[in-house]
Write a protein that binds this ligand. Structure first.
Ligand SMILES: [Zn+2]
Length: 242
């Protein structure tokens, strides 16, 4: 997934070349490519040129591993587990890709959510959610309403203010999450991601040095989708009182 996160926004192949050090270009040996563990054993440095390997690599690996484990504990091994794993792959990759491309202002002007992740998300979301719920309308309504829930306000904003208020990638990501999680999740996704975004945005304005940076919205959508995946019943009760 780190390969997806770093290469997809740059339109690089995710197959070739094999994992390599971004400083010296030396290939990562298979025994140095064990999630989390290799980073710790190598002391967070390249075996060859000793340049630092970002802490974000093991963090992404650890987070993904834990989320897979929670999915297994929550859903067991079945169709729901496959749905959960696909959703986690899409949301974690999209969230971090968006975040890193927003931070990397030398190469990107804003955060990027790669279209290939959106396509993978829509396909796997439709298939797994159809199998779990036995109803093709479940992902159809979720994806359609997820799209419109942000597309309409974004268009209105653009008409009034004459500038982009929300990235199209964010709109597509909510639609993908809607395909996985259904119509009812959309209101939670919009509400929760806006709330998280507002809290982080305020903290950012109070503490950060680079106040000009556009805060990417993708990570908050991803966080909201993962919260809903695990706490659907509680979140529904919170929002709808049922
Ligand atoms: Zn190196």
């Amino acid at each position: 997934m780190n390969v997806l996160i770093h290469r997809l926004p740059r339109n690089l192949s995710i197959i070739k070349p094999a994992s390599h050090c971004t400083s010296c270009g030396e290939y990562v040996r298979f025994f140095d490519n064990i999630p989390v563990l290799s980073w710790v054993i190598l002391g967070g440095r390249c075996r060859f040129c000793k340049s630092k390997i970002s802490l974000m690599y093991p963090i992404t690996e650890l987070l993904t591993g834990l989320l897979f484990l929670f999915s297994y504990m929550r859903f067991g091994l079945g169709a729901e587990f496959v749905l959960a794993v696909c959703l986690i792959i899409v949301t974690v990759s999209a969230g971090f890709a968006d975040l890193y491309s927003a931070i990397d202002t030398e190469n990107f002007e804003c955060g990027i959510i790669p279209d290939s992740l959106i396509v993978f998300g829509l396909i796997s979301g439709f298939i797994t959610s159809y199998i779990v719920h036995g109803n093709i309308l479940f992902p159809v309504y979720g994806a359609a309403v997820g799209f419109l829930a942000l597309y309409i306000p974004a268009m209105l904003y653009k008409m009034v203010r004459k500038r982009e208020g929300m990235g199209f990638g964010d709109i597509k990501l909510v639609s993908v999450c809607g395909a996985f999680l259904g119509l009812k999740s959309v209101f939670f996704l919009v509400f929760c991601s806006a709330l998280l975004g507002a809290v982080v945005g305020i903290l950012w304005q109070l503490t950060a040095r680079r106040k000009d940076m556009m805060i990417p919205f993708g990570p908050f959508i991803s966080a909201a989708a993962i919260i809903y995946l695990f706490f659907e019943t509680r979140m529904d009760r919170l929002l709808y009182g049922v």
